[in-house]
Write a protein that binds this ligand. Structure first.
Ligand code: SAH
Ligand code: SF4
Ligand code: F3S
Length: 511
């Protein structure tokens, strides 16, 4: 069947038509349902490294005259996956477009971390259905973390049959094959691998900016915090080889990038899976200090694996910035135990003490979950007091959301949503308070700003971030964009700083 015939036969299916459809063959062949049971039992299967990614001759030119649009819903890792998929699209000859209406292929790169993230996607699918009715030759795909969940795949198969492709986080490199199959077949193409443990190098990437870049250092997570879906959607922990990471960073530096952020769900577990070398995250950071790139960040750290060697390396500073995002989740040891975080309040505070001792001007930020099942008022107060004791400069705060298949989802919960919301409000007020204080401490100081562009609201104003990741707005020449400049802070708000650019030649203390 050629593509025209496929499109004519496909059109948008009505629910009646869908009822007759037999999906069973997908479950036997293409579709391998993600299994939470298998994921949790996963062992130390060998990690295979593939550095020979190439686009098959058959698919070259597939995208000529066609445009793609990818909407990203998730974390930095998800955004970086979008950059890889954009790279594959461009290699196939597709062009990017800014609007769904103009696109020939629309991908939704989804996130499953909380229920509201999923609801957004299902809401958007409703809108896209109309677009698909107007434009039946549009290809519509759902990928990312939601696609790794069996229940989501089933819901799409049954309720959103107009979707053309569903593929998981381990199948991104298969995009050319998946697109080809979607053009050729009139059925929905579903490809979700549940226990893949490979690392694929040489994937093309189209990065969203030319100043800052993301670099994956590892994939997956083996921590299995009891509330979290990520270990199931991203598979087991596997590290990229140091030489591949260092080479990628060197190339980015050579292309003029000024800042990189190393990505992993738990970067402190980096290297644990190497069998032939003893090389951990501290070693990697030490090697990246020697690369000629002005700033290196990383996210996210797990307190449990944050070792002394890493602290020692970070204390040497240079291009390693003095900002650490260190999710704590709760200030109560009892809660942390039920969350499966594998550290106590005391252990966390001790780690913070060691970090502050080695890096006195460190800026710490965190993630916190409120309203975990059965969290008492006292336990919540322990989170508030820990926040004050550490003096975090900012935090991402969340109300607990039950994720199907995780151990926490089976727990009975005696805390009402009203109480959870009140706690979140109180915590957010504290977070704002501490953020404002941290910002005010910058008044009169001179900071190094990596200038990213014009401010959203006023093209006269430039904006960029300090080493501690504070947003600064200031007046300056457009030529400063993409460079590191010195700015004297004149005014502080809760989330932003205002300042004046100063002459780089002046010899002053810069933070
Ligand atoms: N790997 C990172 C975080 C990944 S998810 C880490 O362990 O720190 C980002 C944040 O989302 C988590 O730190 C946590 O605060 C929050 N989160 C994860 N699962 C959640 C859930 N089920 N409900 C509410 N918040 C959640
Ligand atoms: Fe989720 Fe915990 Fe892994 Fe972070 S460390 S991704 S919270 S399981
Ligand atoms: Fe969401 Fe997946 Fe990231 S669940 S937070 S997109 S790893």
């Amino acid at each position: 069947m050629n593509e025209k015939q496929r499109l004519e036969s496909q059109q948008v299916q009505s629910p009646e038509k869908n009822k007759e459809k037999d999906y069973s063959k997908y479950f036997q062949t293409v579709y391998m349902p993600p299994s939470l049971k298998d994921a949790r039992r996963r062992g130390r299967e060998e990690i295979k490294y593939h550095d020979d990614f190439d686009i098959d001759e058959r698919f070259k030119g597939m995208g000529n005259g066609r445009k793609f649009y990818i909407r990203t819903y998730g974390c930095q890792m998800n955004e970086h996956d979008t950059e890889v998929m954009a790279g594959i699209f461009m290699n196939l000859g597709y062009q990017p477009t800014e609007t769904v209406e103009d696109a020939d292929v629309v991908l939704m790169n989804t996130c499953a971390i909380r229920e509201n993230a999923e609801n957004k996607v299902f809401g958007e699918l409703g809108h896209l259905k109309h677009l698909k009715m107007e434009k039946p030759d549009l290809l519509l795909g759902v990928c990312g973390c939601m696609a790794q969940q069996e229940s989501v795949v089933n819901r799409i198969l049954q309720k959103h049959p107009f979707v053309d492709m569903i593929f998981g986080t381990h199948n991104i490199h298969r995009l050319p094959e998946i697109l080809n199959e979607a053009y050729m077949s009139k059925e929905m193409v579903v490809e979700v691998w549940s226990k893949e443990g490979d690392v694929i190098e040489n994937l093309p990437k189209v990065r969203t900016g030319n100043i800052k870049a993301w670099v994956n250092i590892m994939y997956g997570c083996d921590k299995f915090c009891t509330y979290c879906i990520v270990p199931y959607t991203r598979g087991k922990e596997r590290s990229r080889r140091p030489e591949d990471i260092i080479q990628e960073v060197r190339q980015l530096a050579a292309h003029g990038y000024k800042e990189i952020t190393l990505l992993g769900q738990n970067v402190n577990a980096y290297g644990k899976d190497f069998e032939d070398i003893d090389y951990r995250f501290g070693d990697l950071m030490d090697d990246l200090r020697k690369v000629d790139i002005p700033r290196v960040r990383f996210t996210t750290s797990h307190p449990r694996d944050f070792d002394d060697h890493l602290i020692e390396v970070l204390a040497n500073k240079g291009n390693l910035v003095e900002h650490i995002h260190l999710p704590v989740q709760s200030g109560s040891s009892a809660m942390l135990k039920i969350m499966g975080r594998k550290y106590t309040r005391e252990h966390y505070l001790e780690l913070v003490r060691k970090i502050k001792q080695a890096i006195p001007d460190v800026s710490l930020s965190t993630d916190i979950i409120v309203g975990f099942p059965n969290e008492t008022d006292e336990q919540f107060e322990e989170t508030m007091s820990l926040y004050r004791e550490v003096g975090f400069e900012t935090a991402y705060t969340f109300i607990y959301s039950a994720r199907e298949g995780t151990p926490a989802a089976k727990m009975k919960d005696n805390v009402s949503m009203e109480v959870k919301k009140e706690r979140l409000q109180r915590l957010n007020a504290l977070v704002n308070d501490y953020s404002r204080k941290a910002m005010e401490a910058h008044k009169g100081q001179i900071v190094e700003v990596l200038v990213e562009g014009e401010s959203k609201n006023n093209p006269e104003i430039l904006s960029g971030y300090t080493r501690k990741n504070k947003l600064v707005n200031f007046k300056g020449p457009k030529s400063a964009i993409g460079n590191l400049v010195q700015v004297k802070i004149t005014d502080a708000k809760t989330w932003t700083l205002n300042g004046e650019m100063i002459d780089v030649k002046e010899s002053v203390e810069v933070i």
